[in-house]
Design a protein around this ligand. Structure first.
Ligand code: ATP
Ligand code: MG
Length: 236
């Protein structure tokens, strides 16, 4: 469970400060599929990165399973990012001279890869439909295939939380559909919490949690389920 409490975050932009998050609070129960939506520049990515401890807020708390990321030591934050969080980015971020299998094993490379981890990585690539592409390098894979490798890489360490920033932003709509089908299947089977930033609201289903952000705060000051959200949209 993620509990974000009254978080603020500013960035310096030339001579002025941009307030990306203005006292934002939200809560995501464990095992949920959650979306963060809102206009460009509203603070979606900033919030996602704070949840992944890629950055620190100026004030507020970010509790993950009861522990405040903000109060963790540097070493604890590193361990959290390394062992407990999987990241999926818009631009895939694969390492170009490694094979698909090696890319999935990247989280384990610093400490050495076990046979069990290698099997798990190969199984995950098979699950995302790339069982016959283990030895391909990124340039030999389509965008959708590269994103599937990135999904396998995020899942291989069995994270409690997966954070995805516009995971289909660089893909055509059919490939985007396939990526969401895979994400949903793996999220359900693993029970991990998945938080996705997107502009594409057609992937939202009634069971999902929708966090709508505007100007660094939750719109309407509360969380909306997808059903509330559809109602709110049709009322406009
Ligand atoms: N590292 C940074 N340095 C300076 N300003 C930043 C930085 N990161 C974000 N910002 C600013 O903070 C605000 C929120 O940015 P953020 O990236 O969170 O928006 P977003 O909702 O993800 O937008 P988009 O949909 O375009 O990706 C923006 O005004 C942005 O310019
Ligand atoms: Mg963004």
């Amino acid at each position: 469970m993620i509990d974000v409490r009254n978080v603020t975050k500013s960035f310096r932009s030339g001579s002025r400060w941009v307030q990306a998050l203005r006292g934002l609070s939200c809560r995501i129960e464990g095992g949920r599929f959650a979306f963060i939506v809102g206009p460009s520049g509203s603070g979606k990515s900033t919030l996602l990165y704070l949840m992944g401890s890629l950055d620190r807020p100026d004030s507020g708390q970010i509790l993950v399973d009861g522990r405040d990321l903000v109060r963790m030591s540097e070493a604890e934050q590193n361990a959290y990012r390394r062992d407990r969080v999987g990241f999926i980015f818009q631009s895939f971020n694969l390492i170009s001279n490694l094979t698909a299998l090696e890319n999935v094993l990247v989280p384990f490379l610093p400490r050495g890869v076990t046979a069990h981890q290698r099997h798990r990585a190969a199984d995950l690539l098979t699950e995302v439909g790339l069982g016959d592409r283990l030895d391909h390098r990124p340039y030999q894979l389509s965008g959708g295939e590269q994103q599937r490798v990135a999904i396998a890489r995020a899942l291989v360490k069995q994270p409690v939380l997966i954070l995805a920033d516009e995971p289909t932003g660089e893909l055509d709509s059919k490939t985007g559909d396939e990526i969401y089908t895979i994400l949903r299947r793996l999220q359900e089977s693993s029970g991990t919490t998945l938080v996705v930033v997107t502009h594409d609201r057609r992937f939202i289903t009634p069971d999902d949690l929708v966090l709508e952000i505007q100007d660094g705060q939750l719109a309407n000051g509360h969380e909306m389920g997808a059903v509330d959200y559809a109602t709110a949209l049709s009322a406009r």
